[in-house]
Design a protein around this ligand. Structure first.
Ligand code: ATP
Ligand code: MG
Length: 1025
């Protein structure tokens, strides 16, 4: 048995391979080649490790000496398992010889330099962790931790095959929120080799992967942007702003003369600068904000990582930090860095910030942008970035949806479980592309307030709703497109592979077909749909992208690429099979469980004829990535290879004749090089040549003419791969040249995806087109026959009761006070109207018979109650803080939804505060209000203060009801009617919920004012509620 069979285990493979790379161990030559060779699977793979291409770009052709035999035997006892060694001494950087092997030294230095990061070091076909990182993360990653014996003492190490990088990054970055520094191999040139004492590779940290700086990792959510956001917060002002937001919330509002109340101004201070970007798509935004609005911006943007100026690390500013902690944001501190002004940003942008836009950035936004770009630049270790010029969010006309509203209306996730299913986004998402899904996420987080924008979106939907064939046709074409934003960004970041190029090409073709389809039907559209379609088509540029697509198709050999992927799969299979064999021989069942899924199947069921990488490099099974006519040089080189193959056939014939060996074949093996191979009786015949290796039935030997021819073949193949790289680089340059156009086209496809999906949704759920207007004197929300978009589809076997909402309509009052029994639909009604308003401004059709809506600038809700003990806030304080924020922020164009304000305290106090809030909203904020309550006294207070519509006020009373059949049965009437319902029928709900009969009986007696006696002592324990 070989050393490998005996002594390697899955966990020990890295230990062995570390040596193999340093000393070139022949047995695993395929793995070493894979890591080192430019045209290896590692370089072109779909599973290509991070930055492999970037690394190549710097030193394109590492030299791999094939078959060089420098065997170094590693004994099992050199790799002891067991308890951890003593803590490591700091590295001795003095003049002494390093105690650890160079690779370990390199890793150690990186661990010190990139303090705070988990360091993964690429060694051959593996990524490895050393020292404390192996001890700490090995077990978390389910990797065995080995102890490598070195001159400096035992070193803990753990590793995994390079193609599993994504899987382990997911655990480290996404699940454990760690920053991971990836140290890649960079082939050493001649002088580098001398300096490093003969090492083939230098190792440098090529990227630090963090939750907010993902590029193309497979575990990224394709349907949401992956933003990293920097917050610039001037240090001293922060405490004041916090006080402003929390401390000065009104304690109680007496009912004064309305005219005497000063109109409160919304918190307009813009002390905080925000900047956020998505590395994977190139989107980049900035916005000034205030501490009190920060939570809402955060919930709108949902950044995966928040970066704060390093100086705040020591200050531990309470308000911001607790806000970030409360919402579970991952916070990183980073220095301001050398980028300071807008013009410093330009090298990282696809084009400069237009001068007229540049003037509008506030100092705080620029500061935040600088922190952000410095941070991202550092994490990407100098990778070029072609971000879109930053867009100021402040300049965009969007509806504000504050944090509580986002949460309580369950716009992106449910309140109870925090999951996507059950949210509004889940209910309306029918998009077929990831880009479309991301754009919908953005639109829903910030619906438009521009009538022009909303109408344009609606026109598109109506066009696709009218023409179902067109809608289906465009949807089918959209399904053919790929995620161009992310593809293009990969190329901008010096990554991307031939598969990505093909993806881009097919997207461009799909775009061309979409444009053709839409142009053909333009004339049959009504004028407004035609204008919207034409405007959209006007944003598409096809000339340059089509040339690019043609070049890609002309250059890339799809069949070759397929073969290449099969080879990669077989390589993966080989590595897993190797581990499987070792574990079978030496490991336990637990070890087997640690192997990647499918390992057993792959290793045992793999057909024996699958070409191995060794076969691939040694024989004529080239899987070329580029077609021969991709360039003149490639054509020549392919012709050369063809001619050399003919020579090889001729030589085979010549040798067979000369040596009288009809079984002779010309081969290559990693350990023997170019060999002639004979078998059967030819092998048994007396050798006329020196035998290199033999078995009972075969014999191999050298022949100088085959050696010379084989080397020429090799070198020509090598030149083909060099040329393929050049062609690839040229294609990548072309992609970058079309960057702006490709991104703009992608944005059009995203919008089309949403429009067609909205049309399908409208058809599916009989939605109607809402009429939106912005008439100053008519701030009304008129919804006839409204339904709840997420409650209705989930009602078990009973119809949803449609309800009208006419707030602000003539004769109906701007504020609706809604009373009624528990469970009779008050909250549902409140929410459905807010959701309909939001959907309408997103451009979506709405669940109603008719909707005529004045544009809303913000939706505010106060719903439910919750303690926030970690922030020392009781239920009632939380309630009051939220109410205060609404009373201070709502404008006459806002819609306010208040569900049971004042519930968290005594009925008397609660009723007083609730009435005060309603009074303030009606008289001071003068906004549209939907106000549900169980405090019936509020209705009396409204009447007493002359606020009823009948009395010339602005409050209209509506209620829901319960219908009883007189025999104990009842049904909830979810239909709203005018009036006040003072009966909550709470005991019915209590009974439905299964409260014990005794408890219900007590409650009933209390309600009836009978406190004498106890249930069970005479007159029956469980009465009817
Ligand atoms: N219009 C409707 N048509 C049909 N079913 C409805 C309707 N409105 C609400 N429901 C059903 O009634 C349930 C309770 O509604 P909702 O929570 O709105 O009542 P509520 O009046 O707010 O009660 P509570 O006073 O206890 O808060 C909903 O979950 C839904 O299943
Ligand atoms: Mg309710």
């Amino acid at each position: 048995m070989t050393f490998l069979q005996h002594q390697q285990s899955w966990a020990l493979l890295p230990a062995y391979l570390m040596k193999s790379t340093v000393f070139t161990v022949p047995v695993l030559a395929t793995v070493a080649r894979s890591a080192a060779n430019d045209f290896s699977t590692a370089a072109w793979s779909r599973r290509r490790p991070l930055l492999a291409l970037g690394a190549q770009a710097q030193t394109p052709f590492p030299v791999q000496i094939r078959g060089k035999k420098m065997r170094t035997t590693v004994k099992l006892q050199d790799l002891p398992q067991g308890p951890l060694g003593a803590p490591l001494e700091p590295l001795d950087d003095g003049d002494h010889e390093p105690a650890y092997p160079t690779v370990v030294m390199q890793a150690r230095r990186n661990m010190q330099k990139f303090d705070g990061c988990v360091v993964l070091t690429r060694v051959g076909g593996f990524y490895e962790l050393y020292f404390e990182h192996a001890d700490e993360y090995g077990p978390l990653l389910n990797l065995k931790v080995a102890q490598k014996k070195t001159n400096g003492g035992p070193v803990s190490m753990a590793g995994f095959p390079f193609f599993q990088l994504d899987r382990f990054l997911k655990i480290l970055v996404q699940d454990l929120h760690r920053h991971v520094a990836i140290s890649e191999e960079f082939p050493n040139d001649a002088s580098g080799k001398v300096k490093s004492g003969g090492l083939m590779h230098d190792r440098r940290v090529a990227r630090i992967v963090t939750p907010g700086t993902l590029i193309d990792e497979k575990f990224m959510d394709p349907y949401a942007n992956n933003y990293v956001m920097a917050i610039h917060l001037p240090p001293r002002r922060e405490q004041e702003t916090e006080h402003d937001a929390v401390g000065s919330a009104p304690d109680a509002v007496p009912v004064p003369d309305a005219e005497a109340v000063r109109r409160p101004t919304a918190d307009t201070s813009s002390e905080i600068g925000l900047a956020w970007l998505d590395v994977s798509t190139g989107h980049f935004f900035t916005q000034p904000t205030s501490l009190s609005s920060l939570g809402s911006v955060l919930s709108r943007v949902s950044p995966r990582e928040v970066v704060l100026d390093k100086q705040f690390e020591s200050q531990q500013d309470r308000a911001t930090l607790s806000l970030l902690e409360e919402e579970g944001y991952i916070v990183t501190y980073s220095p301001q860095g050398e980028l300071e002004t807008l013009s410093d940003w330009e090298p990282m942008l696809e084009s400069e910030v237009p001068p007229e836009a540049a003037d509008q950035f506030t100092e705080n936004e620029v500061r935040a942008g600088s922190i952000l770009l410095n941070y991202v630049k550092d994490r990407l270790r100098g990778l070029s970035m072609k971000l879109q010029p930053p867009l100021r969010y402040d300049g965009l006309e969007v509806m504000k949806i504050d944090r509580n509203t986002m949460r309580s209306l369950e716009i992106k996730k449910t309140v109870k479980d925090g999951i996507f299913k059950g949210s509004l986004l889940h209910a309306i998402r029918r998009t077929v592309t990831s880009g479309g899904a991301r754009l919908l996420h953005q639109w829903l987080s910030a619906p438009s307030t521009s009538l022009e924008v909303i109408h344009a979106r609606q026109d598109l939907v109506s066009c696709f709703l009218r023409d179902q064939d067109l809608c289906e046709g465009i949807t089918t074409l959209l399904r053919r497109s790929h995620d161009s934003y992310r593809l293009v960004q990969k190329f901008a970041l010096n990554r991307g592979d031939p598969d990505d190029l093909l993806g881009l090409a097919s997207t461009i073709r799909a775009t061309e077909d979409i444009v053709g389809h839409l142009r053909d039907c333009l004339d049959s559209q009504d004028p407004s749909s035609r204008d919207s379609l034409a405007a959209l088509l006007g944003r598409i540029s096809l000339d340059e992208p089509l040339k690019l697509a043609k070049r890609i198709r002309k250059s890339i050999d799809e069949e070759g690429l397929d073969q290449r992927h099969q080879l990669e799969d077989s390589e993966t299979g080989e590595m897993i099979a190797l581990a499987q064999e070792v574990v079978k021989a030496e490991g336990t069942e637990a070890d087997s469980a640690l192997l990647p899924k499918g390992a057993t199947a792959k290793s045992t069921k793999r057909p024996p004829k699958t070409p191995s990488l060794r076969d691939h490099y040694g024989h004529d099974t080239e899987a070329w990535i580029m077609k021969p006519d991709a360039s003149a040089a490639l054509s020549r080189l392919h012709a050369d290879v063809a001619a050399l193959r003919v020579d090889k056939d001729l030589l085979t014939d010549t040798l067979r004749t000369r040596l009288e060996a009809s079984s002779l074949t010309l081969r290559w093996s990693p350990s023997l090089g170019h060999i002639c191979h004979v078998k059967g009786k030819d092998a048994r015949r007396d050798p006329a040549t020196h035998t290199l290796s033999s078995s009972r039935t075969t014999r191999s030997f050298h022949d100088p003419s085959w050696t010379a021819l084989g080397e020429r073949l090799d070198s020509t193949r090598h030149r083909i791969r060099t040329e393929e790289q050049k062609v690839f680089a040229a294609l990548r340059a072309l992609v970058l040249r079309s960057l702006v156009k490709l991104r703009r086209n992608a944005s059009v496809l995203d919008a089309l995806d949403i429009a067609t999906s909205f049309a399908r949704l409208a058809r599916e759920h009989t939605l109607v087109r809402p009429v939106l207007h912005d008439t100053p004197g008519s701030l009304s929300t008129i919804i006839k026959g409204g339904r709840h978009p997420t409650v209705e589809p989930n009602l078990p076997g009973r119809p949803f009761q449609r309800n009208d909402c006419l707030v602000g309509a003539p004769g109906h009052g701007r504020a609706w006070l809604i009373t009624g029994p528990n469970m009779a639909g008050k909250s549902t009604f409140l929410r459905q109207n807010a959701l309909i308003a939001i959907l309408a401004q997103v451009g979506c059709y709405v669940p109603a018979d008719h909707a005529s809506l004045a544009v809303i600038d913000a939706v505010h809700t106060r719903v439910g109650s919750a303690d926030d003990l970690s922030r020392h806030q009781s239920t009632f304080l939380v309630e009051m803080l939220e109410t205060a924020a609404i009373l201070r922020g709502a404008t006459p164009r806002s819609l306010v939804v208040m569900d049971e304000v004042g519930r968290g305290t005594t009925p008397g106090d609660g009723e007083a505060v609730a009435f005060a809030a309603l009074w303030h909203l009606v008289h001071v904020n003068r906004c549209r209000v939907l106000f549900a309550t169980h405090f019936h006294g509020i209705a009396d207070l409204v009447a007493a203060h002359g606020m009823r519509v009948e009395d010339g006020g602005e409050v209209d009373m509506y209620c829901t009801d319960v219908e009883e059949d007189g025999e104990g049965g009842f049904v909830y009437v979810h239909k709203l009617r005018r009036g006040v319902n003072r009966n909550s029928h709470a005991l019915k709900v209590a009974r439905l919920a299964g409260l014990p009969g005794q408890a219900i009986e007590i409650a009933r007696r209390v309600l009836e004012g009978r406190t004498e006696g106890a249930p069970g002592d005479g007159d029956g324990a469980a009465g009817e509620a």
